[in-house]
Design a protein around this ligand. Structure first.
Ligand SMILES: [Zn+2]
Length: 216
C-alpha cells in the first residue's frame, strides 16, 4: 500500500484533530526531527507540541530518540513518523468500518422500517409497534418505508471497502513474501559461498602442489 499523504492525514486527524495536521506535515518524510524545531516551525509552545507527540507515541505512530544537549545538560527528543504503524492503523480502521457497514446492511436488509410523513422519526418494526404505528412526535400514522435505495448504497459501500481492504492486504502479503524470498536467497547464496570456498581452496592447493611438483 502506498501511504498517501491523505491517508496519513485521515488517521492523524482522528487522533489529534485538525490542529495536529501541521505537526504531521512537519514530520512527514523526515527523520529525527527535534521537538524544539517542531515547536519553532509550528509557532506553538513546546509543551503543546510534546503533548501531541506523546499522543501519537501512545498509538505507536511515532518513535523517538533522545540526545543529551552537551551545553545545556538536558535531553532533547527527536521524532520520526512510523509508516508501518500508520499503515497498520489504517487497515485496522478500515476493518472496523467494514464491520459496521456490514452490520448496518444486515439490519437494513432484514428489518422493516416505518417513517412519519412529516419526517420526525424512523422506527423499526418493534419500535413502530410500541407506538401503534403512530409518530411519537406528531401523532401521524407511520408508513412503511421503501429502503431499497438505502440498502443499495450500503451494499455499494461494503463492496468498495472490501475491495480496498483486499488490495491493502494483498500488497502487504506480497511485500512479506518478497522479503521472505529475498531472505531465502541470501541464505542460499551464503550456502553456495560456503560450498564454493573449500572447493576453491582445494583447487588452489592442488594447483600449488602441481606447481611444486613441476618445480621439483
Ligand atoms: Zn411525526
Amino acid at each position: 500500500m502506498r501511504l498517501t499523504q491523505k491517508k496519513i492525514e485521515e488517521i492523524m486527524l482522528s487522533i489529534l484533530g485538525e490542529e495536529g495536521l501541521p505537526l504531521v506535515k512537519e514530520l512527514s518524510g523526515k527523520q529525527n526531527v527535534s521537538e524544539f524545531e517542531l515547536a519553532d516551525k509550528l509557532k506553538k509552545d513546546i509543551k503543546i507540541v510534546r503533548k501531541m507527540l506523546y499522543l501519537l507515541y501512545n498509538h505507536n505512530l511515532v518513535s523517538f530518540i533522545r540526545k543529551k544537549d552537551k551545553i545545556k545538560g538536558w535531553y532533547i527528543y527527536y521524532w520520526t513518523l512510523q509508516p508501518e504503524s500508520i499503515k497498520f492503523s489504517y487497515i485496522k480502521r478500515k476493518k472496523e468500518l467494514l464491520g459496521k457497514l456490514q452490520q448496518r446492511l444486515e439490519e437494513e436488509s432484514k428489518e422493516l422500517f416505518f417513517t412519519c410523513p412529516n419526517r420526525c422519526v424512523r422506527l423499526n418494526f418493534d419500535q413502530a409497534m410500541d407506538f401503534e404505528f403512530h409518530c411519537p412526535e406528531c401523532g401521524e400514522l407511520l408508513s412503511q418505508e421503501n429502503n431499497a435505495e438505502r440498502v443499495e448504497t450500503l451494499r455499494k459501500k461494503v463492496g468498495e471497502t472490501e475491495a480496498e481492504l483486499e488490495e491493502l492486504m494483498e500488497k502487504r502479503k506480497a511485500r512479506k513474501t518478497v522479503s521472505k524470498a529475498s531472505k531465502k536467497e541470501v541464505k542460499a547464496r551464503k550456502r553456495e559461498k560456503q560450498r564454493k570456498v573449500p572447493a576453491a581452496k582445494k583447487q588452489a592447493t592442488t594447483k600449488a602442489k602441481k606447481l611444486v611438483k613441476k618445480k621439483l
